[in-house]
Write a protein of this length. Structure first.
Length: 174
């Protein structure tokens, strides 16, 4: 887990002051650095809660994606695309999930070279209990009021849209 630093000052604010004295406006540097620090904090919180379930957050994401799929299975390349991760990361996560008995892997009949990953009953059970644990944790964001969570999501989505992460005009979820 990321240990609280317990510093008597905010190092990001302090860096911002130094930045402004040397380089100019620091608002974007402070915001970006804060996003990275919050990511470290959240991943540490998630991993602490998921460890008793035999999961990391990356493996949990794969199980959730398989749970959301219509058939409970997806091609590995679709998993990588949806989770926006490198194929090697998907293969590693699937290997670990197969070893834990949470996922089965089989050749994709629609693609001679492709592989399908399918969630097992044991995987469905662990995703339920792990999700309950993350929900109790409020996904690490319990200090933020609900209306501000919506604002935070909207602000971060603008960054993702600007980077081409998703198309701006999304189809309705159904």
């Amino acid at each position: 887990m990321v240990r609280p630093l317990g510093l008597p000052f905010d190092p990001i604010e302090r860096a911002g002051e130094s930045w402004e004295a040397r380089f100019g406006p620091a608002a974007t540097m402070r915001a970006a650095t804060s996003v990275f620090r919050v990511q470290q904090i959240l991943l540490a919180r998630f991993d602490e809660v998921l460890r008793p379930h035999g999961l990391t957050f990356a493996r949990y994401e794969v199980l959730v994606l398989l749970t959301f799929s219509r058939t409970g299975e997806l091609p590995l390349k679709v998993i990588g695309s949806r989770l926006m991760v490198h194929p090697t990361s998907v293969t590693n996560a699937i290997d670990r999930l197969v070893a834990a008995g949470f996922v089965d892997r089989r050749p994709n009949p629609a693609d001679g070279r492709g592989v399908l990953a399918g969630i097992t009953e044991r995987g469905r059970e662990v995703v339920e209990s792990a999700t309950a644990a993350l929900t109790v944790l409020d996904f690490g964001l319990g200090d933020i009021p609900p209306d501000e969570l919506e604002t935070l999501f909207a602000v971060l989505k603008r960054v993702r849209l600007g980077a081409g992460d998703v198309a701006e005009a999304e189809s309705p979820v159904g």
